[in-house]
Design a protein around this ligand. Structure first.
Ligand code: GLY
Length: 378
């Protein structure tokens, strides 16, 4: 075994021990979005955009170990997502893609559970109601009548379109995929700036569909480059390219990747906004790094070999650094897998804490390097 394989094996064992303890600790409930002092408290109900990362991790644990305990635990969460959809609980969000891909699409694919399929298709239908016809974009947040949110979408939404592509394949109805394509094309044309940085959020005029302006919500400034947004761009454009074969989406993913890599500090783990570089006293966002590792590894498979090698090497360096300096391999007191993430620095939420999506994408990255040929759930 090489040193990196040793390091990965240790990291997988530590992560699975934490997942085991969290199955016992949380039962049918969900950890909060982020840790508080490095530990997740339970959240009161299945609300918010991050709950599916927990069953997502359980499915990864099943892949890594073959242990049926994880399949059973992941499957046991389907009911909660079905109830959430049927009850109309906290659905005013584009994040239905994150929520229902990892919980219900995966349960349908693996267990052929018809209730999981029904809920996932209902989520895709609900996502279609968020399309603003004049612009062809999917409204990211809030009530469709809220003037502050109308016509606004965000870079993260690139990870929500796989639900729509799946829905078209599952039903034979092309409307879902067509909406996803149009939305992604708009993001490609307006969220990426000339210098290959990305806006976090962007507005279109709801009446005319004309592109208006970029704004940030979680980045340092409207014109800065929020690190996690850039990482969502790497992985999200890559996935959308996989579904469409559109070479311009591949080019968009490469632009996001090259800028992200050019802004990394020496240990390869990005600061929470890419305006900060080596020597800054700002916090890192380990979750941006974990998302980028997956995006880079996926992207590496479809670009020319020399570029692919560069992306694979960068992903390996970042992952090794995450294991070594940011994971809980040597922190059994924490119930997170990955620490030192930033949820929302401007609002001082989840700063220098673990978070559920960071844990999920860290474990996805470990799964990729442990199981060659593994297929992602997106
Ligand atoms: N999708 C929300 C975030 O990345 O914070």
């Amino acid at each position: 075994m090489t040193a990196i394989a040793d390091q990965t094996g240790t990291a997988v064992s530590a992560a699975l021990s934490t997942v085991d303890a969290n199955i016992a600790e949380f039962g049918d409930r969900y950890p909060a979005d982020t840790t508080t002092n490095d530990r997740y408290p339970p959240r009161p109900a299945n609300r918010g955009w991050t709950t599916s990362f927990w069953p997502g991790m359980l499915w990864l644990a099943h892949d890594l170990s073959g242990d049926e305990t994880y399949r059973k635990a992941a499957t046991s969460h389907v009911r909660s997502f079905v109830d959430r959809m049927d009850g109309g609980v906290d659905l005013d969000t584009h994040d239905l893609g994150f929520l229902y891909t990892l919980s219900c699409v995966t349960a349908w694919r693996r267990n052929r559970d018809p209730e999981a399929k029904r809920a996932a298709l209902a989520a895709a239908d609900h996502l279609l109601t968020r399309v603003l016809p004049s612009a062809g974009i999917i409204q990211a947040w809030g009530d469709l009548a809220d003037p502050r949110q109308q016509g606004r979408t965000i870079v993260d939404s690139l990870m929500n379109t796989p639900l729509l592509f799946w829905a078209s394949r599952a039903t034979g109805d092309p409307r879902y995929a067509a909406a996803a394509r149009r939305h992604t094309t708009q993001l490609r044309d307006h969220l990426i700036r000339e210098d290959d940085t990305t806006y976090h959020t962007f507005y279109w005029d709801p009446a005319t569909g004309a592109p208006l302006r970029g704004e940030t919500e979680q980045g340092s400034a409207d014109e800065s480059c929020w690190a996690r947004g850039q990482a969502w761009g790497i992985y999200g454009f890559t996935l959308n390219h996989q579904y469409t074969g559109d070479p311009t989406l591949l080019a968009a993913a490469i632009r996001c990747a090259d800028y992200f890599l050019a802004r990394l500090p020496a240990d390869g783990v990005a600061y929470w906004d890419l305006i900060f570089t080596e020597g800054s006293t700002e916090e890192r966002d380990s979750s941006a790094a974990a998302i980028a590792v997956n995006g880079l590894l996926e992207l590496a498979a479809v670009v020319p070999p020399a570029l692919g090698e560069r992306y694979r090497a960068a992903a390996g360096t970042i992952l090794a650094s995450l294991i070594d300096g940011y994971s809980t391999v040597r922190r059994p007191d924490s119930n997170a897998l990955l620490l030192h993430g930033v949820y929302d620095k401007p609002k001082n939420v989840g700063v220098n804490e673990g978070n559920l999506w960071g844990d999920y994408f860290y474990l996805e990255a470990l799964t990729r390097v442990t199981l060659p040929g593994w297929k992602h759930p997106w």
